[in-house]
Design a protein around this ligand. Structure first.
Ligand SMILES: [Zn+2]
Length: 437
């Protein structure tokens, strides 16, 4: 839905009115003439600690499994508290500067005797920057090989400890207003986790079917598909979302759609690791709620929501085009230029993510919604000559400068600047941290 050229009044964090309005004496005015206003993005799948592992040479040209060993698993346990905090901060700032208000961090590497609590750091960094954080507290209670062969970050947790920590985190951080499932825990525990989550009123998130390895593993170990495994263990429903879902058989798409299980589509990371391109169009048609996530920066050197939406737009069209065949061979269409229109892509990246995370008051510029708003100033030559300025932030690629980013009506980015943030100092900290790692 589009609005043209009107005013937006925000009061107490909520959009109070949209239309031709006159500023009241006590109101602060942001002049958004010649700007484009979007709902702030919602990113439902990230690994913020990877923000210091971009382009890591040993993993750069590898597919998923080899990349996991070469980069995130190898480095995770070497992060001290300060390094972890810096990585989180860099990732959050990159997202903020693309106009993103909410991020779900899939933090799943916890091991016995961790030297600090990464969950607390995620929330405290989010709070310091004014960003909305959803923690997906993952974990593994079994390893895939014998324990002493595993890097420290992959040593399994005790199941009771895992469940107790989930309850503790809900007690500390859950606002009641609105992992790799196959390998990381035995089936009975997977079902117990779903039961506890529903009892606590929180949602369920994992990766699924990123590569053919998932299909092979589910067939070998359970004689079923990965989605069937989820169905058997109570991990489907409108309170569940999976990242990736690249490799799916048709009956898996039906199961996901019928149960309204969501997808966090991560096209850039899927491309970087050579996983393939998820069939969003089939998933959406089947009834799957669609959202866009950046995945971790160790497999996505452009971990911001403008880049991600741009990639989603292009790749869904390219994907459909790949299946075009000549008419003489039974073909019925020429290419994929008619799918994934920009309005759909923006909706996936905002309202879609909010729905999946259970935040129905975010993700749209409408009266009564939270004032999570990105105001883009399209002042780069890239946008000069654009016939429809409204599509610019998503279809031109790159990062548009932000006149303003509001989260809950609070001004977080102003004239492309986060007050109090010294980007140059942070750049030097990052250089030094990469050297240490
Ligand atoms: Zn992922």
């Amino acid at each position: 839905m589009r609005h043209a050229g009107h005013d937006i009044r925000i009061r107490q964090g909520v959009i109070e009115a949209i239309g031709l309005l006159t500023a009241l004496p006590d109101e602060r005015l942001i002049d958004a003439r010649d700007c484009v206003v979007y709902p702030a993005w919602v990113n439902p799948h990230h690994y913020l600690f990877q923000s210091l592992l971009k382009g890591e040479p040993q993993g750069l040209n590898k597919s998923l499994t080899a990349w996991l060993s070469a980069t995130p698993y190898r480095f995770r346990a070497t992060f001290d508290e300060q390094t972890f905090r810096l990585a989180v901060r860099i990732g959050l700032i990159e997202l903020l500067r693309s106009g993103c208000a909410t991020v779900a961090d899939h933090n799943y590497l916890y091991w016995p005797d961790m030297p600090f609590d990464p969950s607390d750091i995620l929330f405290s960094e989010g709070e310091a920057l004014g960003m909305r954080i959803v923690l997906c507290r993952g974990g593994a209670t079994q390893g895939r090989t014998i324990e002493q062969d595993l890097p420290q970050a992959l040593r399994p947790e005790n199941f009771d400890h895992y469940m107790a920590d989930i309850e503790r985190l809900v007690g500390c951080y859950h606002d009641p207003r609105p992992t790799t499932l196959l390998h990381s825990a035995p089936g009975a525990q997977v079902r117990e986790m779903a039961r506890l989550a529903r009892q606590l009123g929180i949602r369920l998130h994992s990766h699924l079917s990123e590569t053919v390895d998932y299909l092979d593993a589910a067939r070998d170990r359970f004689n079923m598909t990965p989605v069937q495994f989820c169905a058997e263990h109570d991990w489907l429903g409108d309170d569940v979302w999976f990242a990736h879902l690249v490799k799916l058989l048709p009956q898996q798409i039906t199961l996901l759609g019928d149960s309204r299980t969501g997808i966090a589509h991560c096209p850039q990371s899927n491309g970087r690791l050579g996983r393939g391109i998820a069939d969003l169009l089939a998933l959406e048609q089947a009834g799957v709620p669609v959202s866009l996530g950046v995945d971790g920066a160790a497999s996505n050197e452009a971990a911001d929501m403008q880049s991600e939406s741009h990639a989603a737009w292009l790749l869904q069209r390219a994907r459909k085009g790949m299946f075009a065949t000549p008419r003489y061979d039974g073909g019925t269409f020429e290419g994929g230029g008619d799918v994934a229109i920009i309005e759909d892509v923006v909706c996936w990246g905002s309202a879609g993510g909010a729905q999946i995370l259970g935040l129905p008051q975010s993700g749209a510029v409408q009266v009564g919604m939270l004032a999570d708003i990105a105001v883009y100033r399209l002042d780069d030559p890239r946008y000069f000559g654009l016939h429809d300025m409204a599509i610019g932030p998503a279809d031109c690629g790159g990062r548009a400068s932000l006149k303003a980013l509001m989260i809950n009506g609070r001004l977080i980015v102003e004239n492309d600047h986060i007050p109090g943030l010294d980007l140059d100092a942070m750049r030097h900290q990052a250089i030094s941290a990469v050297r240490t790692l």
